[in-house]
Design a protein around this ligand. Sequence first.
Ligand SMILES: [Cu+2]
Length: 114
Amino acid sequence: MRRAFVCLVAALLLLAGACTTTTPTASGPVTIAVTIANGKVSPSGAKYDVSKGSTVSINVTSDSADIIHVHGYEIEKDVVAGTPLSFTFTADQTGSFEIETHVVEATIATLNVR
Ligand SMILES: [Cu+2]
């Protein structure tokens, strides 16, 4: 009896593990927190899957001046060193769009809108 219980718990733990995903997926609002420090951008190469119509918020803190570019949506925002930047847009076009920094050349994330 006791052994069966242990097996059940182990099975549940395995199931829980199998359900975790490494790619953030959301049908609602998504917030991407970006840090630019010492010439490095974080996150780098992240992937976000969102449903069409979702609100995407991007919050940036940086120790240097830069430009954030959301491809496809053609949003460009100037980043001022030491001044937090926040902006929001609606993911109303489907497709795969890169979000980049243009001074430190980096791909922050790819936004997949379905
Ligand atoms: Cu770009």
